[in-house]
Unconditional design. Structure first.
Length: 317
């Protein structure tokens, strides 16, 4: 009878490339060799499958060429040798390898400076996952500028991105890798970190004595990148300023006008007295650091009064 004398039990191919598999049949000629995949006979004229036969002595070598290999070619092929005395067959398991499918990423937890992720692995491409790459970027930036964490262990399915900026919007995506290559990008997450208390004090705090009882305080918001969220308001603290005394600040809270210049008039102060003033900014997460204390002295009694009297004289004349 016809005998299949050699064929590979298992064989690998890389997706998109050409793959050849051969069976050698031995026995009384003529020998016919037929190829099947999972019990379906392969028509040797199909576009991707080509069968060629050559005779060497009393052997027949039949070669199945797949060009190009696709994912669905993975599976069991069989070559059947038939002559007038009987038949034999060999079974070949073909595994087509390719870069993995991308993971599916989701958010586990968002804080002010960290984002925790978890992911689910897709098809590994018939080659073990060697690692994951995680990329994160500012929403307004391009992926070229992304922070990359490379070769996260394939044993992991969660990770935390750290050192982020509060109240900022980020895009995050992942890739899976195996020995064949890198996956397409995963689904993209768009995530805004929580607010945090401001990291910077209000800027340009200035004082101007308006009268013997009042001082105007003016200031500008903290630097933009230190606001860590939308500034909601300010706390203005003032106290009598003396080298000896360490007096408590009286604090007035004001809502923000949203302008770049904020101001508040302190009233009912003592005449000809030095006052120290500090300002803090607040957002929904808390209150930031104080500005450096600045001082001003209320005017002497009568300075504003004098102007008033002069007006009266002029009008009564």
């Amino acid at each position: 009878p016809a005998m299949i004398t050699s064929y590979p039990n298992t064989t690998l191919a890389t997706q998109g490339e050409e793959k050849k598999m051969s069976c050698t049949a031995h026995g009384e000629k003529p020998i016919m060799v037929r190829w099947e995949k999972e019990e379906r006979i392969i028509n040797p004229e199909t576009s991707r499958y080509v069968v060629s036969v050559k005779e060497v002595g009393d052997e027949v070598i039949s070669t199945l060429q797949i060009m190009p290999t696709l994912r669905e070619d993975s599976g069991f092929f069989s070559c059947h040798a038939i002559n007038s005395f009987g038949e034999d067959r060999g079974i070949i398991q073909l595994t087509v390898q390719e870069p993995p499918d991308p993971p599916e990423v989701e958010i586990r937890e968002v804080k002010d400076r960290t984002i925790a992720l978890r992911w689910t692995m897709g098809f590994d491409g018939n080659s073990p996952i060697t690692g994951f790459d995680i990329e994160s970027k500012n929403k307004s930036a391009s992926w070229d500028t992304a922070q990359k964490t490379k070769d996260v262990s394939p044993q992991l399915n969660q990770a935390t991105i750290i050192d982020l900026h509060p109240s900022s919007t980020y895009n995050i995506r992942m890739f899976a890798k195996n020995l064949i290559g890198k996956s397409e990008a995963s689904n993209e997450l768009t995530i805004t970190t929580d607010e945090a208390a401001p990291d910077g004090p209000p800027q340009d705090v200035q004082l101007e004595a308006l009268s013997s009882q009042s001082i105007r305080v003016t200031w500008r918001p903290p630097k933009k990148h230190l606001q860590n969220g939308a500034i909601r308001g300010y706390q203005v603290g003032y106290r009598e300023y003396s080298s000896g005394g360490n007096y408590q600040f009286s604090v007035i809270s004001v809502e923000t006008t949203g302008d770049n210049a904020e101001s508040l008039v302190l009233d009912n102060l003592k005449k000809f007295t030095q006052y120290g003033v500090v300002v803090q900014a607040s957002n929904s997460a808390g209150t930031g650091p104080s500005s450096t204390e600045v001082a001003a002295t209320t005017l002497e009694d009568g300075k504003t009064l004098f102007l008033l009297k002069l007006d009266e004289c002029v009008t009564s004349n």
